[in-house]
Ligand binder design. Structure first.
Ligand code: ZN
Length: 159
């Protein structure tokens, strides 16, 4: 990575809704989110839009699923014996991480006496997402942030 490359930290508030207008997530009742550009820390469709905005700008954008969390892959839905799972008391909606930290968490989508159906798709895969965003800060990343590869401070990474 070149040292001359300008890299910004963008801080923004967002409200995320699905195509029916149901709110899925929001930063509005907490601190805004900070991310460093070019690091794949937020979905690509949203990063492309935010990169064009200035501090104080507000925008409502809809990101299609392939620019958001991708399409669903039904191959990632698997049935396993409950005896092989670490947790005895499974409920639909439970999530757990596999031993591989890079694989997405599984969500339990069905439970029977003996088996559980696990879905490793991102919960928002296959969905078009609408973001109502407000940029609260745009600044150059510090050298320390650049070396760590993430934003520090409120809304960013806390060490
Ligand atoms: Zn750091």
């Amino acid at each position: 990575m070149s040292q001359a490359k300008q890299q910004r930290v963008i801080t923004f508030h967002y409200t995320l809704t699905d195509t029916e207008g149901q709110t899925l997530d929001s930063s509005r009742d907490a601190e805004p989110l900070s991310f460093m550009e070019g690091m794949g820390q937020i979905i690509p469709g949203l990063e492309n839009i935010l990169a064009t905005l200035q501090k104080g700008d507000k925008k409502v954008v809809t990101i299609v699923s392939k620019e958001a969390y991708g399409e669903r892959n039904e191959q990632l839905v698997v049935e396993v014996e409950r005896a092989k799972l670490p947790k005895g008391d499974l409920q639909v909606g439970d999530q757990f991480q596999t031993e591989d930290p890079h694989s997405p968490p599984f969500t339990v989508v069905d439970v029977t006496e003996t088996h559980a159906m696990l879905d490793a798709n991102h919960p928002l895969a296959g969905m078009d997402l609408t973001f109502d965003v407000e940029i609260t800060e745009v600044r150059e990343a510090t050298d320390e942030e650049k070396s760590h590869g993430h934003a520090h401070g409120p809304g960013g990474h806390h060490h």
